[in-house]
Design a protein around this ligand. Structure first.
Ligand code: F6P
Ligand code: MG
Length: 453
């Protein structure tokens, strides 16, 4: 079915069909590969499970693999999506979501792997991986993606050192920096955080995982690939919030990061957060991560704390100094890490106020919320086949707990807020511009600067 591109919201029941051909390809080709890797990882760690838990560990490994193999078969043969049975706290909302999908499909069409929205089945696969582990103590807490995440961190050491050295130079000059000059530093670190999402493992086009050149030096060459750049509006939101705090209208200025990937990307986020606090633009930063391993490289609480510890332990003065500072921020409560089951559900963010009202209320207390990465963008804009010129505010469909900004490199077939003609020009020059990870957006939603005061 052809997508309607007249600016109307594509009805939810249609959205599965709109992204159907892409979903078909992705589910058929990509997800089984991830599942196979997960099975291999668990199998390779058999001896470790035996050493830690004896025979019970081996039994758990076998059972988990058998559940995952069954899952792979369901996926490859387009079986119906099954309700979750592990009794975890989020099982009910997941099962309710499935019922909602079934309601939309009608009796004749089952909710199956190839006939459901891509966003839903992708999220569902990661939740079922968690189920396979959760049902098998003593290995229920094992992170099947941990090896890749730690490897990506170590492979990016050169880039991390370069970034921390840049930050040190900024700190030395900080007292004497005029506001317009401070904005230049801000723009650079915002862009580093954007490109940190370029591929899950490094800022360099994804060809080589290890990042050897300075991420700061790459920025000029990457500028032309930013399709929407609302950095000035983001800056204005921060300045306005700081003014309100200084005048006593607000208790504190708070920036929230809805995190995406561990490894180099997380370090770029921590450096940006450090900049916001060090420069007085924010007094508090809240990080939101995932409560279980998700989309291969997303940050969990363990990854977050591990990254700070590893940064502290770095054999490089300016890097370890950043780690020590980050640990200090955590201790004194300037920084805090939070997870909420909503982040690992398939819901679009416009559902948040109704489905996770306490999380929505938490975000409402922020002065700025930074949403990192592609999956968060898909959830912000509902993973629909929007016309590219539709406004970001329209695509959010009422979601807007606070001024917000998406820092996202494009890896999925959705993009809004472009200039007329911009999308078609890109499509004619580079058919895969929306999925190749080469382009990025810094897209803001919130009051404009004259509304902010
Ligand atoms: O492109 C594949 C994919 O799994 C998308 O479904 C998802 O949006 C993206 O990768 C994850 O990217 P990110 O880590 O930027 O959210
Ligand atoms: Mg991710």
């Amino acid at each position: 079915m052809a997508a309607e591109k007249n600016g109307d919201v594509v009805p939810h029941s249609l959205s599965a069909k709109v992204v159907g051909s892409f979903a078909y390809l992705t589910v058929r080709d990509r997800l089984p590969t991830i599942l196979t890797k997960v099975v291999d990882t668990i199998h390779r760690n058999k001896n470790k499970f035996f050493e830690e838990y004896g025979e019970e560990g081996i039994q758990a490994e076998k059972q988990a693999i058998s559940l995952l193999s069954k899952l792979r078969n369901e996926l490859q043969t387009d079986k119906p999506i099954l309700a979750l049975t592990d009794g975890l706290e989020d099982a009910d909302p997941w099962n309710r979501y499935l019922q909602r999908q079934q309601g939309q499909h009608g009796d004749q069409d089952v909710v199956s792997w190839f006939k459901s929205p891509w966003l839903y089945v992708e999220c569902y696969m990661y939740r079922r991986i968690q189920e396979a582990l959760w049902l098998n103590p003593p290995i229920s807490g094992y992170d099947v993606f941990n090896e890749g995440k730690t490897q990506s961190f170590f492979e990016s050491q050169q880039a991390i050192m370069a970034l921390c050295t840049y930050f040190e130079a900024f700190k030395k000059k900080m007292e004497d920096i005029a506001e317009n000059h401070l904005q230049e530093y801000f723009n650079k670190l915002l862009q580093v955080s954007l490109w940190g999402n370029k591929c899950d493992l490094s800022i360099s086009a994804g060809v080589d995982n290890s990042q050897k050149s300075s991420p700061i030096d790459s920025l000029v060459a990457l500028q032309m690939f930013i399709l929407v750049d609302d950095s000035d509006a983001v800056w204005s939101a921060l300045i306005s919030a700081r003014r309100q705090t200084q005048s006593g209208k607000r208790r504190s200025t708070r920036v929230d990061f809805v995190l995406d990937n561990a490894g180099f990307e997380l370090v770029t986020d921590l450096v940006l957060a450090d900049f916001l606090v060090s420069s007085g633009l924010a007094r508090e930063v809240r990080f939101h991560g995932k409560s279980f391993p998700w989309f291969v490289s997303d940050v969990t609480a363990e990854d977050f704390l591990w990254t700070i510890r590893q940064t502290m332990a770095a054999n490089h003065r300016w890097t370890s100094q950043r780690g020590v500072q980050w640990q200090q921020y955590m201790k004194e409560g300037t920084w805090s890490y939070h997870d909420h089951p909503f982040w690992t559900q398939p819901n679009e963010f416009c559902d948040m106020a109704a489905d996770a009202p306490e999380l929505y209320a938490t975000l409402q207390a922020a002065d700025l919320v930074l949403f990192k990465g592609d999956l968060n963008y898909r959830k912000l804009a509902g993973d629909r086949d929007w016309d590219h010129t539709v406004g970001f505010d329209t695509a959010l469909r009422g979601f807007g707990p606070a001024p917000l900004c998406s820092l996202r490199t494009l890896k999925a077939n959705i993009q809004v807020g472009l200039q007329p003609g911009q999308g078609s020009k890109l499509s004619s020059q580079e058919p895969d511009w929306m999925t190749c990870g080469k382009y990025g957006v810094i897209q803001f939603y919130g009051p404009t600067s004259d509304q902010q005061e």
